[in-house]
Design a protein around this ligand. Structure first.
Ligand SMILES: C[S@@+](CC[C@H](N)C(=O)[O-])C[C@H]1O[C@@H](n2cnc3c(N)ncnc32)[C@H](O)[C@@H]1O
Length: 161
């Protein structure tokens, strides 16, 4: 995205320091070090920062299920609206809990994803659950790009409601 859009910059947020260190080394290898800054923070309790006011596009991939249960997810979606007041688009990509497979027919990634989260006591949202939180969270879903692999995955295109 940075390469395709000269002059753009990014801010990467993750709760895990090793992930940020890895990302920084990947960015350096790509020669893009001066285009991205990193912040170690929990997205669910993110506080406003002056640089967040410049953010026009939010992306969040394979992490949204950590926003749940529902009340906390709505609170996080609202918080993101407040913390990034000028975000015009939010691309939220995630894998959800499947509802259409019998246990013996679960695709292997889905089996691991669902069993792993069940072992951690995490109840994953379904795609329908996701569609039930956006408006309350202050976002309007304009398009849902469904992804077949992994199963029950989608990129939701959100804009401020
Ligand atoms: C499955 S990985 C996905 C990483 C990357 N977005 C991708 O698509 O390859 C989930 C990432 O979300 C981070 N994460 C999970 N919960 C978080 C939270 N509450 N705040 C910030 N980062 C979080 C994890 O540390 C991990 O790096």
């Amino acid at each position: 995205m940075l390469r395709a859009n000269p002059g753009t910059t990014g801010i990467g947020v993750d709760i895990a320091a090793p992930v940020l260190e890895f990302s920084a080394s990947e960015l350096a290898a790509a020669g893009l070090t001066d285009r991205v800054t990193f912040i170690e923070a929990d997205v669910r309790s993110l506080e406003p920062r002056p640089e967040f006011a410049d953010v026009e596009l939010l992306t969040c991939f394979m992490m949204g299920h950590d926003f749940w249960p529902r009340a906390e997810c709505v609170a996080t979606l609202r918080r993101l609206r407040e913390v990034f007041p000028n975000a015009r688009r939010f691309l939220l990509g995630d894998t959800a809990r499947t509802t259409e497979y019998a246990d013996p027919d679960l695709p292997v990634f889905t089996l691991g994803f669902e069993v792993g989260h069940a072992l951690m006591g995490v109840r994953l949202p379904t795609l329908a659950d996701w569609h039930g939180v956006f408006e309350e969270g202050g976002w309007h879903c304009t398009t849902t790009h469904t992804i077949e692999t992994p199963a029950a995955s989608a990129i939701f295109e959100l804009e401020p409601a």
